[in-house]
Design a protein around this ligand. Structure first.
Ligand SMILES: Cc1cc2nc3c(=O)[nH]c(=O)nc-3n(C[C@H](O)[C@H](O)[C@H](O)COP(=O)(O)OP(=O)(O)OC[C@H]3O[C@@H](n4cnc5c(N)ncnc54)[C@H](O)[C@@H]3O)c2cc1C
Length: 388
């Protein structure tokens, strides 16, 4: 059995780091999360929490708080962005019967907030903010961490949940770094009161076209309409990975599309939308090195065409906690974690990338819907019971 007081450092308090911390706490450990942001939070956008992720969150005791704050879409519809022709309807009314857990859509900040609250309820000092990992050295004494804005520390185990730009992945795993995929995401939450009536109907609608797509779904009980436009570009000129841009830029990208889309863009609060350049890394061939493990986007950054980035980060955290709970040594726990996660995440990463070209084709007959999350069995997975 692994000593429960072994020092475990988690870098990054995103959805992956928080889930891992909660899962380790459930197994009796006392991990410390080091987060670079001065204030905890997540981006103002919606997120879909698919049944595979819901099962993991429910196993950590978050079922009721999740059900209270998330929306349950009755259906998902795909339409052509120019003609509005309906291409596909997926009935989501019986998801819990089919997969054993609900398919939710919610505000990211609500999901992030419930995870952070659960972690700090178990250990008030578990999350340290304003601590950016700046350097790392590993020797027989452990992982030595230097933080910009905090005292250095040493941990026996390091869980890197520091996102697609992971410093740990670059420094320890020798990866060249993230590359721009040519995809850009524009995101905005439109107050329902300002949205056209059709935009307020429950469930998600995706409009697709040549190298573009636009999705909208209500969150917070229909008070806000989450809108995401995915377009392509030869380069990313922003200084960082995200920035705020005039909604007029997004309107130009979707000019000539159905009014449901253009009216939502026109209703962007303050006439601004968030803009993200989407970066990935090559599929990892290992996610464990010594007493260090990568989780979430640090391990498998992916395009959002299957809505599985956070879901797989949540799966990682739950599986990692179980591996630590059920192993005799740290090396056994991490080997079991890597064996359990690598192939699944490589598959989802690859399918998410291929999903772009399947969805964003010209004309109503162009799209292909033959490899959905349902078809691939992605929702069947239960991180709380999968063999590890
Ligand atoms: C447009 C879009 C839509 C998406 N929609 C969905 C969806 O519907 N469903 C879904 O499952 N996924 C979705 N995703 C993917 C999802 O957002 C990510 O996969 C997920 O947030 C990854 O979580 P993470 O905790 O691994 O990383 P992150 O959320 O990136 O968190 C990393 C954390 O580490 C911190 N950090 C970084 N470096 C350091 C450092 N050196 N020191 C200390 N702290 C550090 C950061 O501040 C951050 O808090 C979407 C992504 C995009 C772009």
């Amino acid at each position: 059995m692994i000593e429960r007081d072994v020092p475990i450092a988690i870098v990054g308090a995103g959805l992956g780091g928080l889930t891992a911390a909660l899962a380790l706490q459930h197994a009796g450990f006392r991990p410390i999360i080091h987060e670079q942001a001065a204030v905890l939070g997540d981006v103002g956008a919606g997120i879909s929490v698919t049944p595979n992720a819901t099962k993991g969150l429910e196993s950590l005791g978050l079922g009721s708080v999740l059900a209270a704050s998330a929306d349950t879409p009755p259906q998902q519809v795909v339409r052509d962005g120019i003609s509005n022709v309906q291409l596909l309807v997926i009935d989501r009314r019986h998801v819990r019967d089919r997969y054993g857990a609900a398919y939710y859509m919610m505000h990211r900040a609500d999901l992030h907030g419930m995870l952070a609250a659960a972690v700090t309820a178990n250990d008030a000092g578990a999350i340290r903010t304003g601590q950016r990992l700046a350097a790392i050295a590993v020797d027989a004494g452990g992982c030595h961490l230097d933080f910009a804005g905090g005292s250095p520390g040493t941990a026996a185990i390091l869980i890197a949940a520091d996102g697609a730009r992971s410093l740990v992945r670059t420094r320890i795993f020798g990866d060249a770094g993230a590359r721009f995929t040519g995809h850009i995401a524009r995101r905005v939450l439109v107050p329902a009161a300002d949205a056209p009536a059709l935009a307020r109907i429950p469930g998600s609608v995706v409009w697709t076209g040549a190298e573009k797509s636009f999705v909208r779904y209500p969150v917070r009980g229909g008070q806000l309409i989450n809108c995401v436009g995915l377009t392509r570009s030869g380069g990313w000129r922003g200084e960082g990975w995200s920035q705020s841009v005039p909604a007029a830029d997004m309107a130009a990208e979707f000019a000539g599309w159905v009014p449901d889309v253009t009216d939502l863009i026109a209703a962007a609060p303050g006439g601004m939308v968030g803009s993200w350049g989407l970066f990935v890394r090559p599929p990892a061939t290992r996610i464990v090195a010594g007493a260090m493990a990568l989780i979430g986007d640090a391990a498998h950054p992916m395009l959002p065409f299957m809505g599985q980035g956070a879901a797989t980060a949540i799966e990682d955290g739950v599986v990692l906690g179980r591996c630590f709970a059920e192993s005799a040594s740290v090396s056994e726990a991490l080997a079991r974690y890597e064996a359990a996660r690598l192939a699944r995440c490589q598959l989802i990463q690859a399918e998410s990338a291929a999903g772009a070209d399947r969805l964003q084709r010209a004309g109503p007959a162009g799209q292909r819907f033959d490899r959905s999350e349902d078809d691939l069995g992605i929702f069947d997975y239960d991180p709380a019971t999968v063999v590890i």
